[in-house]
Design a protein around this ligand. Structure first.
Ligand code: SF4
Length: 180
């Protein structure tokens, strides 16, 4: 009887510890800005967001709508005490993309979350200028991206297919379903 009781207590404690660990992980992953999440795994099924004007695309981990603003959120599974340059540029690209995808909404900043720290990245003229300069330079150096195959099956399996100008599939392009 005492042995059974001890086993039950041990199982309860183990379950409690596991629950706390799960809650902490969940908290670190979901510490997003307040507002309504309008893009992310569940809302958009991994669809790609695109800036046709600049020819760039991306998949932020989430986008939150708050009033007349939309705020991208990106989670990195590493520790950092300051935002890495590449991650700032990635956020800048999201700003350009979201301003085109969610016209009529402002994109004032984004949230960059590392495991140990969270940073607010402001959407500044300086960052935007760097993004546009980098995209233009890549265009000039390498030219616009071209499809390198004639296989519709590859397009059918491609996450970009509904947004790609060169897809071999015959889509009626419609507004993405997560658009506000
Ligand atoms: S839809 Fe087709 S052409 Fe466009 S990126 Fe995907 S595979 Fe390439």
């Amino acid at each position: 009887m005492l042995e059974s009781l001890a086993i039950v207590i041990v199982l309860l404690i183990a379950g409690f510890v596991a629950l706390i660990g799960w809650q902490l992980r969940k908290k670190s992953f979901t510490s997003m800005p307040s507002g309504k999440q309008i893009y992310g795994d569940l809302q958009s099924s991994g669809q790609i967001l695109v800036s046709r004007r600049y020819g760039i695309s991306g998949k932020p981990d989430a986008v939150v709508r708050k009033g007349n603003t939309v705020i991208p959120y990106e989670f990195k599974s590493s520790d950092n005490t300051s935002p890495r340059e590449g991650h700032i540029m990635q956020m800048g690209a999201y700003f350009v993309i979201l301003e085109e995808e969610f016209q009529g909404y402002r994109v004032p900043y984004g949230i960059l979350k590392y495991r140990n720290e969270t940073f607010r990245i402001d959407n500044t003229v300086e960052l935007r200028t760097r993004i546009v300069y980098t995209v233009d330079k890549m265009r000039n150096d390498y030219g616009p991206p071209q499809r390198n195959h004639d296989n519709p099956r590859r397009c059918a399996a491609c996450a970009f297919s509904t947004r790609c100008d060169q897809t071999l599939l015959n889509y009626e392009r419609s507004q993405p379903q997560w658009m506000p």
